[in-house]
Design a protein around this ligand. Structure first.
Ligand code: 13P
Length: 392
């Protein structure tokens, strides 16, 4: 159950003066290490998957493990697409289990950033999913290449931020105030006055990218001035890498499990250090009781067919599975036929939506309307459809 609505989670943090760690993960050691840390701290947590890392793992495969682990956790969890590259990426992420998305168009022109972000908001809000937008440019690459910071920092301005939020309808704003993705060279100089002005003007949960390498006092000032989500990866990757290096030095053995021993614990320790610094420790119960659980809705149809033979029905179902599963917010489309020949209804559709909002957006989606009007309704006059919410 502990997957919760991310918008409500971050508003809780905003109202109570703490930040939630949004930790990028690249494998199961990271996933388990981060979740263990959150559970030791009784803290909400955001499990993040960055599109720039998709070359290292199968996104859909890892995401299903992330969702399973989140549902089994004892603390409130949200699953976020970090630095998505397109509207299509955001759609795919939502359909595979993310309940928060960011498509990063901050390196493009302001108009392009607004257009792209607005299209993501329209799609995601139709799925009940909140959206993070980024304005200004935070240079650098997290993880590998962490000391290369190509491009110049471009700071977020208050006027542009007001315009950006109004025209896009985003739920959270990532700001550029002097951080870089990856390892800092020297001490970061952060423009807190700029952050204070933006926060006062917007009153909206703010996000910091490039969380690695800041001082305790800098984290404290970020949180005092409206930052509720801190994106963090490079230091976790460095801790994992250091654990492997130690194993390599300590043994002649090439056994994989021996070389990677301790990675999970190292990631966990670093995530715990952050969680304790950012003030989310002990907040799990409040968040769980005050935020809506993130549970799917099952759209169930049972029906009989007239004017179509068995082969025709199978073809119609295959077409439906293909078309309907691509509609935003659709987690799964399953088709079936009754096991017993005397069943009152012979066939079934089970379409899983990620959120109740999808009941309406799916019904009105052009691809659903075309499929239903042209291929399904003309042959399935005898039917019952019901939307069920999960109860856990
Ligand atoms: P760091 O790698 O600097 O912690 O930044 C991570 C990040 O901002 C991911 O979006």
């Amino acid at each position: 159950m502990p997957l919760v609505n991310m918008r409500e989670m971050l508003h809780h943090a905003y109202g109570n003066g703490y930040a939630v760690g949004a930790f990028d993960l690249v494998n199961l050691d990271f996933l388990e290490g981060i979740l263990d840390a959150a559970e030791r701290c009784a803290s909400p947590v955001i499990l993040s998957l960055a599109e720039s890392h998709f070359e290292y793992f199968d996104f859909e495969l890892l995401l299903s493990a992330v969702e399973k682990a989140a549902r089994n956790a004892s603390v409130p969890v949200a699953i976020h697409l970090d630095h998505g590259e397109s509207l299509q990426s955001a759609m795919n992420a939502i359909n595979h289990g993310c309940n928060g998305v960011m498509v990063d168009a901050s390196h493009r022109s302001l108009d392009d950033n607004i257009r792209t972000t607005r299209s993501v908001v329209e799609m995601a809000h139709g799925c009940g999913v909140p959206v993070e937008g980024e304005l200004g440019y935070v240079p650098g690459v997290e993880g590998e290449d962490a000391e290369r910071h190509p491009g110049k920092v471009s700071y977020t301005t208050t006027d542009q931020a007001i315009h950006f939020v109004e025209t896009t309808g985003i739920d959270f704003l990532a700001v550029s105030i002097g951080t870089v993705h990856g390892r800092m060279r020297g001490e970061a100089k952060l423009d807190f006055q700029r952050l204070r002005d933006i926060n006062e003007a917007l009153g909206l949960p703010l996000v910091i990218h490039g969380g690695t390498g800041l001082s305790e006092d800098q984290y404290r000032q970020l949180i005092t001035n409206g930052v509720v989500k801190i994106n963090y990866y490079t230091a976790l990757a460095d801790a994992a890498g250091a654990a492997i290096r130690k194993n390599v030095e300590a043994t002649e053995n090439n056994a994989f499990t021996q070389l990677t021993r301790g990675v999970q614990a190292a990631v966990s320790e670093e995530a715990e250090r952050c969680i304790r610094l950012w003030g989310s420790t002990g907040r799990a119960t409040e968040v769980l009781t005050q935020c809506t659980p993130w549970l799917p809705v099952e759209h169930l149809i049972v029906y009989n067919v007239n004017g179509l033979d068995d082969e025709g029905v199978i073809e119609m179902m295959a077409k439906g599975r293909d078309v309907l599963s691509k509609i935003p917010g659709v987690r799964e489309v399953a088709t079936g036929s009754a096991v017993k020949t005397d069943a009152a209804y012979r066939y079934t559709w089970l379409v899983q939506f990620c959120h109740p909002a999808v009941i309406d957006s799916y019904r009105d989606h052009a691809d659903h309307v075309a499929f239903a009007d042209q291929l399904f309704r003309p042959v399935a006059g005898e039917r019952i459809s019901i939307d069920y919410a999960w109860i856990e």
